[in-house]
Design a protein around this ligand. Structure first.
Ligand SMILES: Cc1cc2nc3c(=O)[nH]c(=O)nc-3n(C[C@H](O)[C@H](O)[C@H](O)COP(=O)(O)O)c2cc1C
Length: 355
């Protein structure tokens, strides 16, 4: 993901030596801790029952850019080694691409040279790098009082209803709406028992984002966040504020009236999700990412044997998540935080110059 001042590059393969990230543009002096970072990576493991049986300790190794617990301002490189790797099965299914996964187009793009084991560079495991980059971004934002929080908005047909206050104060790391969360767990369990998978929606709210970040066209913060979110594997939809729901409304219902609160300009409602004209308004930034169900499922699926060029039935064995959405929570949160951090740095540059 390339912002104007901050950027990161993901590297590694699911069954290679390690996965990791190179982060460029972080200012010096940001306090970081490996223990905290480990905690963030722990969140990425999801709810055990619905996650793969792959057991990884996910021990982050900071190779550069941090000295005595603070960023130095030079490129940060962090890796996490892969340990619990079982590639034998992937040889069996090498010629039969999984429906819904990247196997088929990846083989074409890389002329068959790609590491296909465990999905290779297309595996969800690569999102470890996004969470690491997001951790550094969140530490930067924290200093400015900006908090970015994601929760499960929907799993299958179960939807949660959560107010911004509940999101900030909740102890549940997945969803503050406890009743909806219980129903979500049931939904994931039903899919798992059926040998199937289920998708969902992650909602992210960024609190205390100052007005004035972003701009029209090339600088649009909405476009940058959407672009970052669409890069996360399995994301198929992104919306801000009331999103697609706005299409059904009249202007009189959709517009958020401006008002004054404690001497500050606010809006009475937040259908715009905190962004107007590609620029933050100072209201909470609200964005949702829709995830498709996990492509790898245990039910038989039709595919093509690419060696023999005949249609066959694929019966997967192996280790797959019946629902990847809980795992994706910190990934989404991280991507949103990273983009906001980039825009905040750009804003700071202007604040220093515009007199
Ligand atoms: C955190 C995370 C974990 C994932 N785990 C799996 C998995 O265990 N099995 C699987 O088939 N897909 C998994 N995926 C989804 C695939 O990586 C993704 O669907 C695939 O690369 C194709 O890309 P696309 O869905 O964006 O088109 C995961 C995605 C994320 C974000």
């Amino acid at each position: 993901m390339r912002g104007k001042l901050l950027g990161f590059s993901i590297f590694g393969e699911s069954h290679g030596k390690a996965v990791g990230v190179l982060i460029e543009g972080l200012p010096p002096g940001i306090e970081v801790s490996v223990e905290e970072l480990k905690g963030e990576l722990e969140r990425r493991k999801g709810i055990e029952r619905f996650a793969t049986k792959r057991k990884e300790t996910d021990e982050p190794k900071i190779l550069s850019g941090v000295f005595r617990g603070r960023t130095t301002g030079t490129p940060v490189v962090v890796i996490v080694e892969n340990r619990d790797v079982d590639s034998s099965y992937y040889e069996e299914i090498r010629n039969t691409p999984r429906p819904g996964h990247a196997d088929y187009p990846a083989g074409i793009k890389y002329f068959g040279y790609n590491d296909y084991r465990g999905g290779g560079h297309f595996s969800g495991r690569l999102t470890v790098g996004v969470v690491i980059a997001g951790y550094f971004a969140k530490k930067l934002l924290e200093r400015e009082g900006i908090k970015v929080r994601a929760y499960l908005k929907r799993i299958g047909r179960v939807e949660a209803h959560v107010s911004p206050e509940e999101l900030l104060s909740s102890e549940n790391p997945y969803c503050p709406d406890e009743r909806a969360f219980d129903a979500m767990v049931e939904e994931m369990e039903r899919a798992r028992k059926a040998g199937d998978s289920v998708g969902g929606v992650v909602e992210t709210v960024a609190f205390n984002v100052p007005p004035g970040l972003g701009g029209p066209w090339e600088e649009d913060i909405e476009a940058d966040i959407a672009s970052a979110l669409f890069r996360i594997p399995a994301v198929k939809g992104v919306e801000f504020g009331l999103g697609f729901g706005l299409a059904e409304l009249r202007g009189s219902q959709a517009n958020d009236p401006f008002a004054l609160k404690d001497g500050k300009v606010v809006t009475e409602t937040n259908n715009h999700g905190g962004v107007l004209g590609g620029i933050t308004t100072g209201m909470p930034l609200v964005v949702r990412a829709a995830f498709k169900p996990t492509p790898s499922i245990y039910l038989p699926q039709r595919t093509v044997d690419l060696e023999r060029m005949e249609e066959v039935t694929l019966r997967l064995r192996g280790r797959f998540d019946s629902c990847i959405v809980p795992k994706a929570l910190p990934v989404v949160e991280s991507a949103v935080a990273f983009v906001i951090a980039d825009h905040l740095l750009r804003r700071r540059a202007w604040e220093g110059m515009a007199r």
